[in-house]
Design a protein around this ligand. Structure first.
Ligand code: ZN
Length: 464
């Protein structure tokens, strides 16, 4: 069976499964074919075995995408039957890996901008548990769909959605929007010890996540005294399902009173399958515990600044050997700009330490936004670098725009000058989701309109 037949077979199976599961597979995006990205001025493969140096750099070369896979990276590649994308003068690199997000929060963009985390939660999200205000399935779909476009625009090809489960419908609307987007995604489903909720989480994984080749499931919880029994139940469930447990870890200084590490230890949660978002207010001893158990940290610097949460101890985490990736963290930072996220991750450490050479350097932060994120999600075999055999998640950046040109030191300019507008092409599984600067196959106006309608109703509810 040739590749196209195999793909066709997969699409048929996916379609049948999606009908059974009740969610829509993005058939409209079409089956992938061969694409030759030709004459790129600079390719950052992020793989030292493919190119030069730690970022695996190759100049004046091509990349051949075959279906959903990177077939070859090198000079003068032949792709007789391939669609050719002229990358003359452009930079090609892997799509960004966003390790922590809440896409539905685009519905509350601009809410509580004078509040810290606790104030923001109390003003903008906790009231949504009131059934009169909770986003409906249609509304959460609208918000998540909007955010997926925002992510694709900035060159993110994999995202991790930490989702509350206000209702069953909320979860389904969220996953449907992620599935329709064409993004590679991880769905971290919040749950409690309630057997009915656990049963539904298993159903969600089995019917909505597992049939989708671009989707992965995680279990989400919260490590505090108030959630002690729930965290234990979720830790147990994550182990039973063989998936990661994803929590918010010491984001606000007040959470020092939550006995976080005692609760995590009691729940038997410490280990390489624990993902901790933020990890801001860690003691030296706690950093050692994270390193000892290979717990991974998800750094969201824009959110940390907006919510007056603090500055992560990145150099100390690096020194201890803790793996760290970069995240956007939802509506709290009001932007999905991964370039801005990289800049701020570098800048915060320099501002705090008064040392320009402090971790992370430009190369470090580029790794955090790509390979390191893939590694900590245990998805390194599939994504994070332009290594032949990996999934064809690739972006093309135009360094000729007024905010980026002229060429002086392009690798540094990606971090210090890059903006989403410079991302011209975004391929996920070999399919272009952004083409010559335009989003592909979506009615952007209709999606913005639907999000506006949802946000207007939710805002009215919050103001009552
Ligand atoms: Zn978060």
């Amino acid at each position: 069976m040739c590749r196209s037949q195999r793909w066709h077979g997969m699409m048929v199976v996916s379609f049948i499964l999606s009908v059974v599961a009740g969610f829509f597979y993005p058939l409209a995006l079409g089956a992938p074919s061969k694409t030759l990205i030709r004459d790129a001025a600079l390719i950052l493969t992020m793989d030292p075995t493919v190119g030069t140096g730690e970022l695996g750099v190759i100049e004046n070369a091509d990349i051949l995408l075959d279906g959903d896979t990177i077939a070859e990276v090198g000079k003068n590649l032949q792709g007789n039957d391939a669609q050719v994308v002229d990358a003359t003068g452009k930079i090609v690199m892997p799509g960004f890996v966003d390790v922590h997000n809440h896409l539905w929060q685009s519905l509350i963009r601009g809410c509580g901008t004078d509040k810290d985390l606790i104030g923001w939660l109390e003003t903008c999200t906790f009231p949504l548990a009131n059934p009169d205000i909770t986003p409906t399935e249609t509304e959460v779909y609208a918000g998540v769909r909007l955010s997926t476009l925002d992510l694709i625009t900035t060159g993110i090809t994999t995202t991790v959605e930490w989702s509350p489960a206000f209702t069953r419908e909320f979860v389904r609307g969220n996953i449907r929007a992620l599935s329709d987007s064409g993004l590679r995604f991880v769905f971290a489903h919040f749950g409690t010890a309630d057997p009915a909720i656990i049963a539904d989480m298993k159903l969600v994984k089995q019917t909505l996540i597992d049939p989708n080749p671009r989707a992965t499931f995680q279990v989400a919880s919260h490590p505090s005294e108030a959630f002690r029994p729930d965290l234990s139940a979720m830790s147990k469930l994550a182990k039973e399902l063989g998936v990661k447990l994803h929590v918010h870890l010491l984001e606000n200084i007040a959470q020092r009173d939550d006995h976080t590490f005692d609760v995590l230890k009691e729940a038997n949660a410490l280990g390489p399958d624990l993902l901790g978002a933020h990890g801001l207010h860690l003691t030296d001893k706690e950093i050692d515990i994270l390193a000892e158990h290979d717990v991974r940290i998800l750094h969201n610097p824009l959110s940390n600044m907006r919510l007056a949460s603090g500055v992560i101890r990145l150099p100390e985490l690096k020194q201890a050997g803790v793996q760290v990736g970069l995240g956007i963290d939802g509506g709290t930072n009001d932007t999905s700009d991964m370039f801005n996220t990289m800049r701020v991750a570098v800048g915060l450490q320099r501002a705090k330490s008064l040392q320009a050479g402090i971790f992370p350097t430009v190369a470090d932060v580029l790794r955090m936004a790509t390979v390191d994120g893939a590694e900590l999600l245990d998805m390194f075999d599939r994504i994070g670098s332009l290594t032949p055999g990996k999934k064809a998640d690739v972006i093309i950046v135009n360094p000729g725009d007024v905010n980026f040109a002229p060429r002086f030191e392009w690798v540094s300019q990606i971090v210090f000058n890059g903006q989403p507008v410079n991302v011209e092409w975004v391929f996920i599984d070999g399919r272009p989701l952004k083409r010559k600067g335009e989003l592909v196959g979506v009615d952007v106006e209709a999606i913005v309109e639907a999000a506006q309608k949802a946000a207007t109703r939710i805002r009215q509810g919050l103001l009552q």
